[in-house]
Design a protein. Structure first.
Length: 83
């Protein structure tokens, strides 16, 4: 059941990040969910690094959305790169 909750919460975080971050990102449902899960993972690791969270503690919603927006920013930079 934990895996299903991870997918649901990841999707919600991904949707919030896409609503907050300006621009048109053509991400489907799966990529939006992965964006949210990735934002949560990065927020958890960075939070542990800075002492915001203890090991095994889940990242907060706001931190997860902020880091998902950061991932969207980096995705946009690499996507629009011309060789």
């Amino acid at each position: 059941m934990g895996f299903i909750w991870t997918i649901i919460v990841g999707f919600i975080i991904g949707v919030l990040a896409k609503l907050i971050y300006p621009g048109k990102d053509n991400l489907g449902i799966v990529m939006t969910t992965l964006l949210g899960i990735g934002g949560s993972l990065v927020a958890g690791y960075v939070g542990q690094l800075f002492g915001w969270y203890n090991a095994g503690e889940k990242a907060g919603l706001i931190a997860s959305v902020v880091f998902a927006c950061l991932i969207l920013f980096l995705y946009g930079k690499f996507k629009n790169r011309q060789y």
